[in-house]
Design a protein around this ligand. Structure first.
Ligand code: ASP
Length: 450
């Protein structure tokens, strides 16, 4: 049994939905389908989820939201008319939006999630109805019926382990099942959304729950590129990549597959394939537990993400002081800040974090570190980018770091920090944000010579 997930652009209008159902219906193993909300139909279009967020903003600012609500209903109306479906559902959409607004206005975070869920929820119902009309037995299943129980953290839901036994029961249905992505239901019966892009997460959870033989993630590209195609012209496609490599690349900006979706799959080693709804014949990229390493696939990909800040601390004889780092980190904990990397020397330490974590709290955090840790020098640097060279093959060959640092030096890029964990899956370089694109171009040429 396969679980197939289709992203927003794959289900953005009637003709895309027809393409999706052709793909679903041509393979009897594609039993369970997870769908996103209607996404962009063209470059300047607005995703339904974003329209729903705008509706929420209007409501919370006590503004007239009638037009916004109508815009959302109209998105579905186009689909209903082109697929020749019953109009009643448009009335239900209207009623549901009004119901959420009325009952949850005093609980803004839950209201936001309830409104956002409507995008996937109604799209799934329309898609199921259309497939049934085509004579293929198909059933819409809500996340609640599917057993997707989540923590009550609005916009940041996490699956409860107890869900998996419930989800397994989906195997009993004979029909094709269409399930909306992106949200689950909490124990107190609230609709709670995963982070943005979270339909990937639903797909992964369901794939693990039903012990699928494969999780197919359909999107609008034919797989994962080895580097950002906006920077490298026609980059190569990755054929096979491990869960660990994918996690590192998604962390640093590869948006094709949500990094949180890897966790449930990784546990049961369910292979994932990223495929293109518009070119289903393309092979796609496989995300697997282990891959064969050869001389041509040592590195899987290069990514570079901007918007990092570094707190740099110097303290003479730091290495001799017990608990120094602990004191520094306690300041971060108290300010609810998470950090990503911590390269260190004997008398210095840098803490690298995403700039939005510390925004507005910089002065307070520095003062507290200064007070508590008796540092010699303390500075903060933003406008940093993190370049990640990712490849499981690096642990087996000598000389990759040499190649990469040489290419960066040739491009006259100053390396502010270097970090490589003992697993040797990735090498991280802290560079200036201005050098980010140049760094990807130059290292790409060295790692993947044409
Ligand atoms: N519709 C949601 C979003 O735009 C979730 C998804 O499509 O994965 O983020």
């Amino acid at each position: 049994m396969k679980v197939a997930k289709f992203g927003g652009s794959s289900v953005s209008n009637a003709s895309q939905i027809k393409k999706v159902l052709n793909i679903v219906n041509e393979d009897a193993d594609r039993k369970i389908v997870i769908v996103s909300a209607p996404g962009k139909r063209f470059k300047e279009d607005v995703k339904t989820t974003d329209l729903l967020i705008r509706l929420y903003e209007k409501v919370m600012n006590n503004l007239n939201y009638t037009n916004k609500k109508q815009e959302i209903i109209d998105r579905f109306k186009d689909i209903v008319e082109e697929l020749d479906l019953k109009h009643d559902i448009l009335h239900t959409i209207d009623e549901t939006l009004e119901h959420h607004i009325k009952t949850l206005k005093n609980e803004p975070e839950h209201l936001l999630d309830a409104l956002q869920s409507c995008g996937e929820n109604f799209n799934a119902q329309l898609i199921a109805e259309y497939n049934n009309n085509q004579g293929i037995p198909t059933r819409y299943i809500s996340p609640k019926e599917a057993g997707i129980k989540v923590t009550d953290l609005p916009g940041n839901a996490m699956i409860l382990e107890s869900s998996y036994d419930e989800i397994y029961k989906l195997r009993e249905y004979k029909e094709k099942l269409i399930i909306p992505g992106f949200f689950g239901v909490s124990e107190s019966n609230y609709i709670v959304a995963f982070p943005r892009g979270g339909s990937d997460i639903t797909g992964a959870i369901v794939a693990r729950g039903v012990r699928a033989s494969q999780y197919e993630n359909f999107t609008d590209v034919s797989g994962i590129f080895k580097a950002n195609p906006n920077i490298i012209q026609d980059p190569e496609m990755v054929e096979e990549i491990t869960y660990r490599e994918m996690r590192e690349l998604s962390y640093a900006g590869f948006g094709v597959f949500h990094d949180e979706a890897l966790q449930p799959l990784h546990k049961d080693r369910i292979p994932v394939v990223i495929k293109n709804t518009n070119r289903p014949q393309d092979r796609g990229t496989y995300i697997v537990h282990d891959r064969e390493i050869n001389t041509s696939n040592i590195i899987s990909g290069i990514s570079c993400d901007k918007g990092f800040t570094s707190i740099n601390i110097k303290k003479y004889l730091m290495n001799r002081q017990v608990g120094f780092t602990n004191k520094v980190l306690s300041v971060l904990v108290e300010n609810d800040i998470s950090f990503d990397h911590m390269p260190s020397g004997i008398d210095n330490i840098s803490i690298i974090l995403r700039s939005d974590q510390i925004k507005g709290k910089e002065r307070k955090v520095l003062n507290e570190i200064r007070k508590r840790c008796d540092v010699d020098e303390l500075s903060i640097e933003d406008d940093l980018a993190i370049l990640m060279i990712v490849g499981e093959g690096m642990s087996q060959v000598v000389g990759t770091a040499n190649k990469i640092t040489q290419s960066l030096a040739n491009a006259n890029i100053n390396l502010k920090m270097i970090n490589q964990g003992s697993s040797e899956i990735s090498m991280m370089f802290g560079i200036s944000m201005h050098d980010a694109d140049k760094a990807v171009r130059t290292t790409y040429q060295y790692c993947f010579p044409r």
